[in-house]
Write a protein that binds this ligand. Structure first.
Ligand SMILES: *Cc1c(COP(=O)(O)O)cnc(C)c1O
Length: 481
């Protein structure tokens, strides 16, 4: 900031401002000026501290409670990665610092982190090249769709449509539509939980630009017939896009690049140690196969012969810029540190425990709650309140009752294809004691649905405002609480 200020305001670096550099103050018109002293409340430091401490206690987060919000991977992120992200040499870097010579030496470490992290993500996903620019999963998807468009334009293919299964995360269709594609929904086979092959075959044709798949999908199921899907896609020069937001389930076990996927995005803020919620910051790096590398966004970090790094912009087929400067660099830095800390074995244990924890919950609750896919799951399990609707208890009542028990509700009413869905993602960082406490709360709620359903319908009772009128809340938003 100060470098720019000195350059633009003072004309040369290091110059001091003199009085004549500051424009004279405009006199304030009498009608705008105050006639009596401002009434400021006089509070002691202690009163102010108590006020803000009280407010901070109303925060609900992974640091305070279990937060099993399905598809969101609300796992605990060790504080050491915050420390690393706040190291002065990284944290205070100005994005316009030169890349070598003089002050440029300051940027070599950051460029090395970008370069190395791209390589690590290639190894983790089996792709050939990565960009770290996209600043969220959804932006990664859009970047991926723009690469799809660039590829087909390059090949003179006339393609208008992107296929997406009906269980997909809502960002998938919106990203494809934002990139200009017509979106066609493909049904899921309700029995297997996989995308329906027959439906896919009849939807796919010469007009199909890409198929977007999430694996494991939002039902928490690993789609294992990818080979058949890929064969179909290749017949029509349709690119396969992998939504890797659920990578937590397969880290070190499965690589989309090994099974035909052409483009991948991963969510660093879900899988790789950046706390999220409330809108960011995040990072959704995108990986591609060699034949699509030419289309990646600029800039790209390249290694010179003398092992120093520089930013390169000269890629005529690139889709251009998708983010200012280098994306959310500090999110990438956390991910880099996290991956190096855990190593290959540690990353595999992440997915082992994430999957184990979700299955533990599924198998401990499927006697009381309907489970559309009861046999097993990956990192999250989908239950349903269908049994409880007989007592006029719905998924939302169960979600609200969990608040009274001290838990964040799971994702409710998603995926859309499961009625009264409750989608639970415990993550690998929770202890068996926490999982048991959650299971006990869910069992208590299921019992209450039988014995005292009215109480559940009135939940939550422990929050300042109680049950919200959700329609009114949307129409007359009041965010003071
Ligand atoms: C979270 C998520 C996204 C979107 O990621 P954002 O960073 O929130 O934009 C996309 N797909 C799936 C399956 C997700 O869980």
């Amino acid at each position: 900031m100060s470098i720019i200020f000195e350059k633009t305001v003072a004309g040369r670096r290091g110059a001091r401002l003199s009085k004549s550099d500051v424009p004279p103050a405009e006199p304030i018109e009498a009608r705008y000026s105050r006639s009596s002293a401002l009434q400021l409340c006089e509070l002691s430091e202690l009163d102010v501290v108590r006020h803000f401490t009280e407010l901070s206690r109303r925060n609900f987060g992974v640091d305070t409670n279990f937060y099993p919000l399905g598809s969101c991977t609300m796992k605990y992120n060790p504080k050491v990665f915050e420390k690393i992200a706040h190291l002065k040499g990284f944290f205070s870097l100005h994005p316009l610092l030169p890349q070598l010579r003089g002050a440029g030496l300051l940027t070599q470490g950051a460029l090395a982190v970008i370069y190395e992290l791209e390589k690590l993500l290639c190894e983790i996903t089996g792709m050939d090249a990565f960009t770290l620019h996209p600043m969220a999963g959804a932006q990664g998807e859009l970047t991926g769709m723009l690469i799809v468009a660039a590829y087909h334009k390059y090949k003179n293919n006339r393609k208008t449509e992107v296929l997406i299964p009906d269980e997909a995360h809502g960002t998938n269709p919106s990203s494809a539509a934002t990139a200009g594609y017509h979106v066609r929904e493909v049904a899921t086979n309700r029995k297997t939980g996989f995308i329906d092959l027959q439906a896919l075959e009849s939807a796919m044709g010469e007009h199909t630009a890409a198929l977007m798949l999430t694996n494991p999908n939002t039902l928490g199921i690993f789609v294992s017939n990818i080979e058949e899907i890929a064969k179909l896609a290749k017949k029509h020069d349709c690119l396969l896009y992998y939504d890797g937001a659920n990578l937590n389930a397969v880290l070190g076990r499965f690589r989309p690049g090994d099974v035909f996927f052409d483009i991948v995005h991963v969510n660093l803020h879900k899988t790789f140690a950046t706390p999220h919620g409330g809108g960011g910051p995040g990072a959704g790096p995108v990986g591609v196969r060699k034949n699509l590398e030419r289309f990646l966004p600029i800039s790209r970090v390249v290694k010179r012969d003398d092992n120093t790094y520089k930013l390169e912009y000269d890629y005529p087929d690139s889709i251009g810029y998708v983010a200012p400067f280098y994306g959310n660099f500090l999110v990438c830095l956390r991910a880099y540190a996290y991956i190096l800390t855990l190593g290959a074995q540690g990353l595999r244990r992440v997915s082992d425990n994430a999957v184990l924890n979700a299955n533990y919950i599924l198998h401990s609750l499927k006697d009381l709650f309907h489970a559309p896919y009861p046999d097993g799951c990956m990192h999250e399990c989908v239950l349903s309140a269908q049994k409880q609707t007989e007592r006029e208890i719905r998924a939302i009542d169960i979600a609200k009752a969990l608040i009274d028990e001290g838990f964040h509700p799971p994702t409710a009413y998603f995926p859309l294809i499961v009625k009264e869905a409750l989608m639970i993602e415990p993550t690998e960082t929770e202890s068996k004691e926490t999982l048991d406490a959650f299971i006990a709360a869910m069992r208590k709620i299921a019992e209450k649905a039988e014995t005292n359903p009215a109480e559940l319908r009135a939940a939550p009772r422990t929050t300042p405002v109680g049950r919200l009128d959700e329609t009114k809340a949307a129409r007359e938003m009041d965010i003071r609480y």
